[in-house]
Design a protein around this ligand. Structure first.
Ligand code: P6P
Length: 337
């Protein structure tokens, strides 16, 4: 008999995401109707992508489209589907003034006849999609900002800003189950999709990183070109007395979700292959840093807290060290002294 996730007394079994939002956002500064609608549209898109991911192999959706995105990465058929699904779910709802997607070079405006809304939505619509053919976990990652410009279509200044200005962040991990993890600044909570009823139910209330977990997650194949201080840290973790283990899926959302739920630290340092790091600041590092801080962890670029960075360009890359606070602070101390 599985022990059910300990739920807050206020949220008995069967609390849907809708109910959770209504009951927790009541006195939240973002408790505008637009914000709840935005999250509801994200969950609609997540359900649609989940259904398609789960039968990608049957629907001829494996594999690449034969095109490359602006990152120079082969676009998978599922990347295109996820990108279009999240755009369509949001652009007509009157809740966003712009969308930024890993799949598109430019800012995505709100097409006529739809009305721009109060929020900025930045996403990696399907991160790790090259893993879909191997049935590994993949995911959607998103960050939400409240617009700075007064009205109309969003402007670059609405998104070229500090990570501290995010009002919400989350991801959807499409794995053994589909789990939407969300924070609006009041803790981190996970909702598991019951596909038989098409609802996300609260399954992980107030997720907190387990500080004692000694697990690291990185692509060690590149460690030969890492900063030597980092190489020293990695070899120290291999001392049997240190009690570390290693886990690496190669899909950011899968690796991050495991660390969030069980504890651990994820590293994607600069290397000869990726001199600025591989991961993107706006729609990967920013949202995961928002979530990890809400769960008691930390995220840096090796020098400063990721959330203190200000976005300089839509698709800029960054090194990322994220997870248990002690491990992240030790790595950052090594790299800055
Ligand atoms: P590597 C997937 O392509 C991705 O962008 C992230 O999901 C993942 O963390 C990283 O790349 C894996 O990169 O170089 O280890 O294959």
């Amino acid at each position: 008999m599985l022990t059910p996730v300990a739920l807050h007394p206020q949220f008995e079994e069967g609390t849907t995401l809708d109910r959770f939002l209504l009951e927790t956002l009541r006195d939240h500064p973002e408790a505008t109707g637009q914000f709840v609608t935005l999250i509801n549209q994200v969950t609609l898109a997540a359900k649609l992508v989940s259904a398609r991911v789960n039968r990608a192999g049957l629907a001829g959706m494996f594999g690449a489209t034969g095109t490359m995105n602006i990152q120079g990465e082969y676009v998978q058929k599922m990347d295109v589907y996820a990108n279009e699904t999240f755009k369509r779910a949001l652009e007509h709802a009157g809740v966003v003034c712009m969308i930024v997607s890993e799949e598109e070079e430019e800012i995505i405006g709100i097409p006529a006849p739809f009305t721009p809304g109060n929020y900025v939505f930045a996403m990696d619509p399907l991160d790790g999609s090259s893993n879909i053919d191997t049935n590994a976990s993949i995911g959607t990652i998103f960050a939400v900002f409240r617009r700075k410009s007064a009205s109309g279509q969003g402007e670059p200044g609405d998104v070229l800003r500090s990570g501290r200005e995010m009002v919400a962040a989350g991801y959807v991990v499409y794995g053994a189950g589909t789990v939407l993890v969300l924070s609006t600044g009041q803790g981190v909570h996970g909702f598991t999709l019951d596909p038989s009823v098409g609802e996300f139910f609260l399954s992980h209330h107030d997720i907190r990183l387990s500080p004692e977990t000694r697990s690291y997650s990185c692509n060690e194949a590149y460690s030969g070109s890492w900063d030597t201080r980092l190489q020293g840290w990695l070899s120290a973790t291999k001392d049997p007395a240190a009690g570390w283990s290693a886990r690496y899926i190669g899909s950011l959302v899968g690796d991050f979700h495991r660390n969030l739920v069980k504890g651990g630290v994820f590293l994607y340092p600069p290397s000869r292959k990726s001199p600025s790091g591989k991961l993107r600041l706006l729609y990967e590092a920013f949202p995961l840093a928002f979530l990890v801080e809400q769960a008691g962890g930390s995220a840096t670029d090796g020098r400063v807290n990721i959330l203190d960075r200000t976005l300089g360009s839509l698709h800029e890359r960054t090194p990322l060290y994220i997870g248990n606070r002690d491990a992240v602070e030790e790595i950052t101390r090594l790299l800055t002294t």
